[in-house]
Design a protein around this ligand. Structure first.
Ligand SMILES: [Zn+2]
Length: 146
C-alpha cells in the first residue's frame, strides 16, 4: 500500500520532519530536538478561551473559519475545510470558531456575516475572506502565506 507522508516543520528548532499521515495521531516528536510536532489532518475547534494559544501564539499560518450551526453556506464550506486541513497538514493549521458560542473573538475581529475566514501568520491577521468561497479561491489566499 502507498503510504502518504507529510512534511511537518518543528515549532522549536525549525527542522523539517517527514511523517506518515497515519502516524500523526500518535503525537510524533521532532527527529532533531524531540519536541512534540504539531500537525493536524482535521480542523481544530477554537474558542474564546483557547484563541490566544491555538491561533495567536502559533508560529506559522492559521486559517480560522468563523461559522455557526444554523448557517447553510457554512455547511457547504465545511467539507472544503476538511480537505484543506488534510492537504495542508503541517503547513497551515485549519481552525473553526463557532461564533454563537464564542462572541468575544467574533466581535474582536468584526465578524459581520458568516462564513468568514481569518488568515493569520505568526499571530498577525493578514487576510479576511468573506462568504462561502470556492476551494480554488481559498487556496489562492492560502498560497500567499506559504
Ligand atoms: Zn525540533
Amino acid at each position: 500500500m502507498n503510504e502518504e507522508n507529510i512534511i511537518v516543520k518543528c515549532n522549536r528548532c525549525g527542522a523539517k520532519n517527514r511523517i506518515p499521515k497515519k502516524r500523526l495521531h500518535e503525537g510524533p516528536l521532532c527527529g532533531k530536538c524531540r519536541a512534540p510536532l504539531e500537525a493536524h489532518i482535521a480542523p481544530v475547534a477554537v474558542t474564546d478561551q483557547t484563541f490566544n494559544q491555538v491561533v495567536l501564539s502559533y508560529p506559522g499560518a492559521v486559517l480560522v473559519d468563523c461559522w455557526a450551526p444554523w448557517c447553510g453556506p457554512c455547511k457547504m464550506v465545511a467539507p472544503v475545510l476538511d480537505q484543506l486541513a488534510s492537504e495542508y497538514a503541517g503547513r497551515i493549521k485549519i481552525a473553526k470558531l463557532n461564533v454563537d458560542e464564542n462572541p468575544m473573538t467574533a466581535s474582536r475581529y468584526g465578524i459581520q456575516s458568516i462564513p468568514t475566514m481569518l488568515l493569520f501568520k505568526n499571530g498577525n491577521q493578514i487576510d479576511k475572506l468573506i462568504g462561502a468561497l470556492p476551494k480554488q479561491e481559498i487556496v489562492r489566499h492560502l498560497s500567499t502565506v506559504l
